[in-house]
Design a binder for this molecule. Structure first.
Ligand SMILES: [Zn+2]
Ligand SMILES: [Zn+2]
Length: 258
């Protein structure tokens, strides 16, 4: 499986900057997990291929450019962009984003070829297919309904925590999986901001370190994501100080293969 954390910002030469402001993972050039930077960072070929997007929750950093992505493609779409989300999240997207005020309700619009956007309600706790991938979603512990994901292409298996604090089901799901190649897990705030992390339901390096005690697999890559740009170096230093085998930081714009 090939996974890239799409960049959100670029330097003067157009290269991805290391800070992650938005969340969008591209899997095998065709499936997206969240859509924060989807309209900003896909190349032309990827834009033609990505029609399946899993939305873990409706926070702005995870959906910021989703409306723009569909808008850009509107006249050319020969099949709808499919949004996979739990019924609660679909309801929030319709109420708060695609509500004719913030942006048009694309789920009711058609171009010359047919519908341009389609919701695919997904279950929690059971497998479903997204393109060539088998996915299981479970609720994690964030301030809005949010899912973590286990994604398999039949060979390798990668878990996405999305935004969460201390949680249980996600670890049960991972520990039950016979194979785990990578865990992409959030580490938002430095330890000094544990209180804010608690209120907003995110991890700090210290709480992530405790949480990783629930992981029964060995030898997998554990990559921290969703590090708040303003505290990036402090969070990285604190993660390194945990001295956990396999724990690193995911670089936006780099292709990872598992
Ligand atoms: Zn969030
Ligand atoms: Zn977020």
């Amino acid at each position: 499986m090939k996974i890239q954390l799409l960049p959100s910002t670029f330097d003067d030469q157009g290269h991805a900057t290391p800070e992650q402001r938005l969340t969008c993972f591209l899997i095998d050039e065709r499936v997206a997990v969240d859509a924060g930077s989807i309209a900003l960072a896909l190349n032309a070929e990827q834009r033609e291929n990505v029609r399946d997007i899993i939305v873990t929750h409706p926070h702005m950093d995870h959906i910021a450019s989703l409306p723009i992505f569909i808008d850009d493609l509107f006249p050319a779409l020969k099949q709808p962009v499919r949004i996979y989300a739990t019924p609660e999240v679909i309801e929030l997207l319709e109420r708060d984003i695609f509500n004719w005020n913030v942006y048009p309700r694309f789920s009711e619009l058609k171009n010359d070829y047919g519908p341009v956007m389609e919701y695919v309600p997904i279950p929690t706790g059971e497998e479903f297919k997204v393109a060539h991938l088998t996915v299981t979603a479970v609720a994690v512990n964030h301030i809005v309904p949010t899912i973590g994901l286990l994604v398999s292409d039949g060979n390798s298996t990668v878990a996405f925590s999305s935004d969460t604090s201390e949680t249980e089901e996600f670890w049960t799901l991972i520990n039950r999986s016979p194979r785990m190649d990578a865990l992409l897990i959030e580490a938002s705030f430095p330890d000094s901001m544990a209180k804010l992390a608690d209120v907003t339901r995110h991890f700090t390096p210290a709480s992530l370190g405790r949480e990783l005690g629930k992981l029964n697999h060995n030898g997998l890559d554990i990559l921290a994501v969703h590090i708040k740009p303003s505290y990036r170096q402090t969070v990285i230093d604190e993660l390194n100080a945990l001295n956990i085998k396999g724990l690193g930081v995911m670089e936006p714009g780099r292709n990872y293969h598992w």
